[in-house]
Structure formats: structure tokens, C-alpha cells
Design a binder for this molecule. Structure first.
Ligand SMILES: Cc1cc2nc3c(=O)[nH]c(=O)nc-3n(C[C@H](O)[C@H](O)[C@H](O)COP(=O)(O)OP(=O)(O)OC[C@H]3O[C@@H](n4cnc5c(N)ncnc54)[C@H](O)[C@@H]3O)c2cc1C
Length: 481
């Protein structure tokens, strides 16, 4: 601000320096805020060595941090500008209202403030949980926000005192616009990709309001543990809902398990015939549009020696695909990975949920090639009714199979104590009982993958951290719906 060509602005006071500095910070935020939501680019970047340095799976967290930073600098920028406008009037340079409402910078600035109020309030967790659509549609105002941001400096707001005068702003739009261009192409790619032919091949109604949709889309490529976005134009052309892929890449179809919890999923159930009296699948199935697949931490399971997979309720879906993939790998021995042991925990509130993947778990248990490679730990957390307890006792006569799941592994009642489970696992590894043949001085990586409510994720993070030692490294990865 010691530029003699801008001396007429400097004389307004320190507020000019503050508004310009905050404006530059906002330009940086504006340039990067869209990058973490470029899911296609992130999908590829997380496969590179960069993933060891940049936590790409925390992309939405980073997007939020950019937004918080933007809010902070907006408050500073606006406050400083309001002081500037008062000073401009005091110095007799221009009436304040004219800078506010006649200059393009003032008009676009106020427009952006209005959009920010709408976007920030509707992005609050409580709104997202209660009415995701309100958040989703309001968030698309970002398009107009970005247009205003790129054009905020038109009209030569910062001009020199020379004759003729020259614009001497930061010209930040020249680089902030690239974030928008990249994001725009992401959305175009989504549109093109989602229009490729998709054919529903099978619909299975499971208990506890879960539907399994199997479909074919020849152009669709994915890895176990990834998720896709589903759109059903008959319900809404604009709503895209994420669902984890439950089939394995070697399957001849792609499948998702959808739990009916709200407007979209219930309407989908209706279109797929869930509420038909005879339970028959309708002849005219709705058109599906699929976008993806996108990466999640779960796709890295095969990079560990030991994987602890923990799914709560429908949070089991990422692991269904992984378990199937493990099975295919075992059949096809050419595809060996680092993975030597898998501990699979499934925590369910009600017994109906077990049926979603019962046949998959049963066939995995029966067809295990390597003894002890895959262990199931099923937990039922709801209180049982007396009639259910009686049924369990009656059906448990043979004792070889669990009466609830029909698996050899027994169902546990209540919540698992992960702190104890991890300490026991660590002890078993240390004493060489768990991975026989493994050299003791080599480091063992235990990947803990969790999909379920955020409250348990917090405890698991603490438990895994506590279990770390020099030779045994527990890595915690979470996902929640
Ligand atoms: C990565 C990921 C994978 C998922 N995988 C599965 C799965 O395999 N099976 C399954 O049943 N569910 C899954 N979900 C949850 C599923 O997306 C929501 O249940 C579904 O979108 C609910 O829509 P609705 O209109 O029926 O319900 P609503 O009543 O509108 O919403 C119910 C809950 O879902 C959230 N939600 C709604 N729409 C979206 C959206 N477009 N994007 C993100 N969250 C949304 C809301 O915040 C709310 O908490 C997954 C979510 C994520 C983020």
C-alpha cells in the first residue's frame, strides 16, 4: 500500500489495507473450495503416492474448512469495506450508497453475502439430517456465487490516480476461475457418464426395509469398497444419492442395497414394487442413472496384513463387496494380496438385518480356503423378546450353527468392547500366535475400517490409538452415511 499510484486509496486509512488483504485471502479460498468436491480427480489422486501426504478421504472436511475460512475473511473484508465507504463519504470522494449499490463490486459483494447466508445456514448438520434436499438445492446457489466472485472486480474498483487511470487490482479472477472450470467439467462428465445405458436385472426385497438392486452397465468400472451416485429421473432429475456397491468387480452384475429411510428411498421402493400386495416386481422398472464409482478408505483394505472390518447396520455394505472380493481372490489364486487375516464385525440392532447378507456370509464361511483367514463376529444389540429367546433355545439344539444367522460363528448379544478386542489382538500378534511364521521384528499393519454412526467412530479412534506399539500399527479409517 506504499504504491504512489494508489495514494488516494491509502489516505482513506488502514481499513483499505485490511479489506484488500482479506479480499486476497478470499480469492485463495475461492480458488480451492471447489477442488475437494471434484470427486473424479480425487478418485485418481488417492491411488497415487500423494495419498500418503494428503488425506484425500477427508475431502469434505477440507471443503468445510475452506468455507469457514471464507466466512471469516468475508466478515473481515465486509467490515473493512463498510469503514472504507464511510470514509469515502467523509472525504467527499463519493456517496457511500453509490459504492454499495451502483458499483459492480458493491452489487456483486452484497449478492454474494446474501447467497452465503442461505448456503451456510442450510448446510448446518441439523438441516442436512432433517431435509437433505434443502441443503442440496440451496448449495447449488454456489454457481451464482462463483459467477459473482469472478466478476467482483469488474468496474475497476482499484484504479490508479494517473491520467488515464489504470486498473490495479489483484486480477485474482484469472486464477480463481480455474477451480470453477475444473468443477464444471466434472459435472459435465457426470452428465455424460450417467446417461450411458443401465438395465435393472433383478430386485430383491430384504427384511428391515432394505432392497437389493442388481443392474448392468457395461461401461461401469469399480473396485470393491467404492460407492456410486444413483439418480432416478422418475423421482427427481436433480437428486443424486450415494450408495455403496455391494457386488464385487468379478460379479456379472452391479448391486446396491438400499435401506428405505426417507422420501427418495421410499419412493424408489414404491417404484420397484416393494409395496405391491403380491410382492411382484413391476414390469416397467424405472430408469436408473448411475455416476461413479468413487473411492473410499475401504478400498485400501488389501494393503494391510490384518483387516478389522466393522459395520453397523446398513454400514455393512462397503464390507460386503470386500468380503466377496476376498472370496474371488481366494478362488483365483493368481490375485494374491498382502492380506493374511480378516476380522469382520457386524453390529445390528435387529435380527432382520442379518438376512441382507446371510447367504453371502454363509458361503464365505463354508468355502474358506485357508483356515482362520476370515472370522465373523456378529453382534445383536437390541433387547430380545421372550418369544425370540424361546425360539433361539429351541432351534439351538444341534449346537453347530447359530440359530439366528445359521453361521458357525456364534452371535454375541450386546455391544462389543473394542478396547478389549484390540488389546487381545495385539497380544496374540505379539506372541506370534496370530500370524504364525511372521518374523517378530517385522512391523504388522492392522487396518481398522469402520462404517457406522459417528459416536462409535470417536471411541474406535481412541481405542486404535491406544493399541499402537512400535511393531504393531493400527490404522483407523471411517466412513459414515
Ligand atoms: C458414501 C455413502 C454411502 C452410502 N451407502 C449407502 C448404502 O449402501 N445403503 C444405504 O441404504 N444407504 C447408504 N447411504 C445413505 C443414503 O445415501 C441415504 O440413506 C439416502 O440418500 C437417503 O435419502 P432419502 O431421501 O430417502 O432420505 P432422507 O430422509 O432425505 O435422508 C436420510 C439421511 O440420509 C442423508 N442423505 C439424504 N440424501 C443424501 C444425499 N444425496 N447424499 C448424502 N446423504 C444424504 C440425510 O442427511 C439424512 O441423514 C450412503 C451414504 C453415503 C454418504
Amino acid at each position: 500500500m506504499d504504491d504512489p499510484e494508489l495514494a488516494h486509496l491509502t489516505k482513506i486509512g488502514l481499513s483499505v489495507t485490511v479489506s484488500r488483504g482479506a479480499g486476497l485471502c478470499l480469492a485463495y479460498d475461492g480458488a480451492i473450495i471447489l477442488l475437494p468436491v471434484c470427486r473424479n480427480i480425487i478418485k485418481y489422486l488417492r491411488l497415487t503416492f500423494l495419498n500418503n501426504v494428503i488425506p484425500f478421504d477427508e475431502n469434505l472436511w477440507f471443503h468445510r474448512q475452506c468455507a469457514y475460512s471464507m466466512l471469516f475473511w468475508t466478515l473481515v473484508h465486509t467490515f473493512a469495506h463498510y469503514i472504507n465507504f464511510i470514509r469515502v463519504e467523509e472525504l467527499g470522494l463519493s456517496p457511500a450508497w453509490a459504492v454499495h449499490y451502483k458499483h459492480p463490486a458493491g452489487v456483486t459483494g452484497h449478492f454474494m453475502l446474501l447467497i452465503m447466508v442461505l448456503m451456510y445456514t442450510s448446510a448446518h448438520r441439523s438441516v442436512r439430517q432433517q431435509s437433505f434436499e434443502t441443503f442440496w438445492y440451496t448449495h447449488h446457489l454456489a454457481f451464482f456465487f462463483m459467477l459473482a466472485l469472478y466478476t467482483h472486480a469488474t468496474g475497476c474498483f482499484v484504479a490508479t490516480n494517473t491520467v488515464p487511470k489504470r486498473c490495479k487490482g489483484y486480477f485474482s479472477w484469472e486464477w480463481t476461475i480455474w477451480g470453477g472450470i475444473i468443477y464444471f467439467f466434472e459435472r459435465v462428465l457426470r452428465e455424460i457418464r450417467s446417461r450411458q445405458t443401465t438395465q435393472i436385472t433383478k430386485v430383491i426385497y430384504h427384511p428391515s426395509k432394505a432392497i437389493e438392486i442388481q443392474f448392468q452397465k457395461p461401461s461401469f468400472k469399480y473396485k470393491a469398497g467404492q460407492y456410486l451416485f444413483l439418480n432416478v429421473p422418475e423421482i427427481s432429475s436433480f437428486q443424486w444419492h450415494p450408495f455403496t456397491i455391494t457386488s464385487a468387480p468379478d460379479d456379472s452384475f452391479v448391486s446396491v442395497h438400499v435401506r428405505q429411510v426417507g422420501d427418495f428411498t421410499n419412493k424408489l421402493g414404491e417404484l420397484l414394487g416393494c409395496y405391491n400386495e403380491k410382492g411382484a416386481i413391476p414390469k416397467d422398472l424405472p430408469l436408473l442413472r448411475i455416476d461413479g464409482a468413487f473411492g473410499t478408505p475401504a478400498e485400501d483394505v488389501f494393503k494391510n496384513e490384518i483387516a478389522v472390518l466393522i459395520g453397523c447396520g446398513i454400514g455393512v455394505t462397503p464390507f460386503a463387496s470386500i468380503l466377496k472380493n476376498i472370496w474371488y481372490q481366494q478362488q483365483n489364486k493368481g490375485h494374491q494380496s498382502k492380506l493374511r487375516r480378516v476380522e469382520f464385525f457386524w453390529i445390528c440392532r435387529d435380527t432382520g438385518s442379518f438376512e441382507w447378507f446371510q447367504s453371502l456370509l454363509k458361503s464365505l464361511e463354508d468355502k474358506q480356503i485357508e483356515e482362520g483367514f476370515l472370522k465373523f463376529h456378529i453382534y445383536l444389540t437390541s433387547k430380545l423378546r421372550e418369544s425370540t429367546i424361546q425360539n433361539i433355545i429351541i432351534n439351538d439344539v444341534s449346537g453347530s450353527y447359530d440359530p439366528l444367522t445359521d453361521l458357525e460363528s456364534r452371535t454375541h448379544y450386546g455391544r462389543p468392547n473394542f478396547s478389549y478386542i484390540f488389546s487381545q489382538l495385539k497380544k496374540a500378534i505379539e506372541t506370534g500366535r496370530y500370524l504364525p511364521g511372521k518374523e517378530r521384528d517385522l512391523e504388522t499393519n492392522v487396518g481398522v475400517y469402520y462404517c457406522g454412526p459417528a459416536a462409535l467412530a470417536k471411541n474406535l479412534k481412541v481405542d486404535t490409538k491406544k493399541s499402537n506399539s512400535n511393531g504393531i500399527k493400527f490404522h483407523f479409517h471411517k466412513e459414515h452415511f
